[in-house]
Design a protein around this ligand. Structure first.
Ligand code: DON
Length: 306
């Protein structure tokens, strides 16, 4: 067993310390014992664990929707609607919507992501969702679909998100109506992927989009990476940056992308994208095994890059 496999095996044991997300019934049905990791460089891919599993992107999609909207409108226009400041609050927190000129703090919390959903290019809900799926498909090289069971389940338990959307609308921070913004946001959270798709997505950031069909302004990619560092791991982003030191984004499905700009992990060299799926999450919403894996990986392979 090589060093990487040992780190995987050690981290897998941590699945027992977490619980699958319970606030959305369809996510509560996931098997918390699962743990899958995919690491991708220009030349090789290494897969460990339950890599055939599919799951939904959840908040990982927030990075992509931000890029699509910012690429379309320009960052200056986007900044009128959503800031790039971390909050340290939980992802669905509503408390700060009456401070900071009522403007959502960043696109990685639900308030900012719902605003971004309303700003996506397209006249209809369908076109807005498609603007993001098309961009994602260009990165991962295959068609994606929405998991309707998760979407309907999210929609039926979206009281907090609906409340957030109404406050955003009342303060002029929605460019569509509440229902459309909410439905676009929840459909995007429900895009189905596997761990290898996540690695490709992370690899896109590792190469600054250079080896992909999906075209995005370099400045926007830089801001997306900065947002991952400052707000990507919910209210554990500070600790993640301090002790792991990689741009990363997580979702409550147990998905994580992590970006290595230049590293060496076994046979992989140079830019490396890491995709993780471990549905047992901690109190904050991050995969427990995923965090443990990245912690040891960063230390053992000297990947800290901030
Ligand atoms: O808004 C929700 O409840 C979820 N669909 C968001 C998912 C998530 O991963 C948490 N977000 N930051």
């Amino acid at each position: 067993m090589n060093k990487l496999q040992m780190i995987y095996e050690q981290a897998k044991q941590r699945t027992a310390n977490g619980q699958v997300a319970s606030y959305i019934p369809a996510l509560a049905a996931a098997n918390g014992d699962l743990f899958a990791v995919s690491l991708l460089s220009a030349e090789h891919e290494i897969e460990l664990g339950d890599c055939t599993e599919t799951f939904t992107l959840q908040s990982v999609v927030k990075v992509i929707s931000f890029m699509v909207a910012a690429n379309y409108h320009g960052i200056e226009e986007i900044m009128h609607y959503v800031d790039v400041e971390p909050t340290g609050d939980s992802f669905n927190s509503i408390v700060r919507l009456e401070s900071h000129n009522n403007k959502p703090f960043n696109p990685m919390i639900n308030a900012g992501a719902i605003t971004i959903a309303s700003l996506l290019p397209g006249e209809t809900m369908f076109e807005k969702v498609k603007s993001v799926t098309t961009f994602l498909e260009q990165i991962i090289g295959k068609k994606v679909h929405i998991n309707n069971e998760v979407y309907f389940s999210e929609y039926q338990s979206a009281d907090y998100n609906r409340a957030i959307a109404y406050i955003l609308q009342a303060n002029g921070f929605l460019k569509s109506d509440v229902e459309e913004a909410l439905q676009v946001y929840l459909q995007l959270c429900s895009i189905s992927v596997d761990v290898s798709d996540l690695a490709k997505l992370a690899f896109y950031f590792a190469t600054n989009g250079k080896e992909s069909e999906a075209i995005c302004n370099k400045g926007v990619i830089n801001i997306a990476k900065a947002l991952m560092i400052t707000c990507g791991m919910y209210n554990a982003s500070g600790k993640f940056a301090a002790f792991i030191g990689l741009p990363a984004k997580s979702g409550v499905s147990g998905a994580i992308i992590a970006v290595v700009r230049n590293g060496e992990i076994e046979q992989l060299q140079g830019p490396i994208g890491i995709g993780i799926y471990g549905p047992a999450i901690d109190q904050v919403g991050n995969s427990v095994a995923g965090i443990e894996f990245l912690m040891h990986l960063s230390k053992e392979y000297d990947l800290f890059c901030l």
